[in-house]
Design a binder for this molecule. Structure first.
Ligand SMILES: [Zn+2]
Length: 489
């Protein structure tokens, strides 16, 4: 197996294991960016005089979405746009309800809500724990922080096959009744600590207290997710797969940020006239309609603020000169269910990134963006695969169409193929991670030169020479005809 791909996959596994919730993912990304001298910016403060050509920055919203960018040394705010890689930080999971305390049949249980469209059966019989955001009291003030309890304190047991025929072959889970995790068997008074909080079991508060080294009394509120404690691994007989949770869409987040950082390696910013950007949004799995989601003003605001930080700016021009890659995982053809895939568009794991097309608008890829990305891939020897969904099958969507219709950008949809999308344990290909990384790197560094080679219908009215029909024997006549038409007008 390719050595570079193995190293990249190992770093990726490390990232996923730390990025247990969207807030943890953003925290890991900002730590990585800070290592490479990216400076944090606050949306609440003026950026006047702060942004410089050649500078590296990032902006976090809600702690769960992040936009990072670098400004080229030759950036011209009157005409140069953005090369944007975009993904999402969230994955389907179970979230602890505001009042979670449940006691039933001698068991302590935790009330949870389903977040997104998970393959919920895969959450049964796993070694689970809790992680998320907590507000703690520090003397007279309050502070938001992250917690990951790490120990497997929860489990959602399946029903024995002997007790229901449905438990075996025709498993149907009721999302309210059958997904309630068990925390403990003890309801004996001596094991129940005296903690004055009636909404959650004291054992949860004690778990947070232990993990954060804060007094239970100083835990004011929290937003916790149920997460798997099993570590990510590289697997398969040839070590060609990654078995891990949340790969949809931490794969895109990790590879985007890594590409952005590594794109600065070759000093290419010296001749860079554009802004290289990565945008990772929360809440894609629930429709993106939040303050920090792709359907907010977040991206447009940040792009506008960057452009307007420089003199002689023209944001509208910069916007139309920009290009966005919406990156989200795709479905690899499953050998046990190959009929579920359209027969001419079966994408293989480790066969390269998947270009997604949907004439109904679920993806943003169109003729122009497809042509340009194929050129880019071909020149960098990166294999691409094409995906369309079967006409008789439902189709997922991505942040692509939402972002593009909100902001007004040229775009395409791409992503690495995977098995078991939305399972607690998903499978991707080690080689695909490297292909995606190389494609993103090429996009950030070289896309504009390829894009400038293509004259589209948008540009044709402005060209000095009329476009000729090369199959026509007598080209000169065509020129004359056009000239005559012009004169008559
Ligand atoms: Zn996704």
């Amino acid at each position: 197996m390719n050595q570079k791909a193995q190293v990249l996959a190992k770093n990726y596994c490390y990232f996923i294991d730390k990025a247990v919730t969207p807030a943890h993912a953003v925290d890991e990304m900002q730590k990585l960016l800070k290592l490479y001298e990216f400076q944090p910016l606050s949306e609440k403060k003026s950026w006047k005089g702060k942004l410089k050509k050649g500078g590296r920055y990032f902006v976090i919203r809600n702690g769960t979405s992040i936009i990072a960018f670098v400004i080229g040394d030759d950036y011209d705010p009157s005409c140069n746009g953005f090369n944007i890689l975009a993904g999402h930080t969230d994955s389907p999971c179970l979230r602890v309800k505001p009042i979670s305390k449940i006691k039933k049949n001698g068991m302590l249980q935790v009330g949870v809500s389903t977040y997104g469209g998970g393959l919920w059966y895969s959450w049964l019989d796993r070694d689970l724990t809790l992680a998320g955001r907590v507000i703690v009291k520090e003397r007279t003030l309050f502070r938001e922080t992250l917690v990951n309890i790490q120990k497997p304190i929860l489990n959602i047991p399946s029903l024995a096959v002997h007790l229901s025929r449905e438990s075996g072959e025709n498993l149907k889970l009721n999302k309210e009744n059958h997904l309630v995790p068990i925390l403990s068997s003890f309801i004996s008074k001596e094991f129940e600590p005296k903690i004055p909080n009636s909404d959650h079991h004291p054992l949860i508060l004690m778990g947070i207290s232990e993990a954060l080294k804060v007094d239970v009394g100083n835990i004011m509120d929290f937003d916790l997710s149920v997460v798997d404690t099993q570590k990510s691994v590289i697997g398969g007989a040839l070590e060609d797969f990654v078995f891990a949770p949340r790969q949809d869409n931490l794969a895109s987040c990790f590879i985007s940020v890594k590409s952005l950082i590594d794109s600065l390696d070759d000093k290419s910013l010296k001749n860079e006239s554009r802004i290289r950007m990565v945008a990772c949004f929360d809440n894609e799995e629930i429709g993106s309609m939040t303050d920090q989601g792709a359907n907010s003003t977040y991206l447009a605001n940040i792009m506008k603020r960057i452009t307007k930080s420089f003199e002689n700016h023209d944001f509208d021009v910069a916007l139309r000169d920009s290009f966005l890659i919406s990156s989200d995982n795709a479905h690899g053809v499953h050998p046990n269910y190959s009929n579920a895939h359209e027969s001419n568009h079966q994408c293989q794991i480790n066969g390269g990134p998947v270009l997604k097309t949907h004439v109904g608008g679920k993806y943003t890829t169109n003729l122009i963006s497809r042509f340009l990305i194929r050129q880019l891939a071909e020149r960098n020897q990166i294999p691409l695969q094409d995906f369309v969904v079967r006409n008789d099958s439902p189709c997922g969507t991505t942040i692509g169409p939402i972002t593009v219709s909100k902001v007004g950008l040229r775009a395409l949809d791409i992503g690495i193929p995977q098995f078991a999308m939305h399972s607690i344990r998903e499978t991707t290909g080690v080689l695909d991670l490297l292909y995606l990384y190389r494609l993103f790197l090429a996009f950030l560094q070289d896309f504009n030169s390829i894009s400038s080679e293509l004259d589209t219908l948008e540009e044709i009215p402005f060209l000095s020479q009329p476009v000729l029909n090369q199959n026509d024997d007598n080209d000169d006549n065509d020129i004359e005809d056009i000239q005559i038409e012009k004169d008559q007008k």
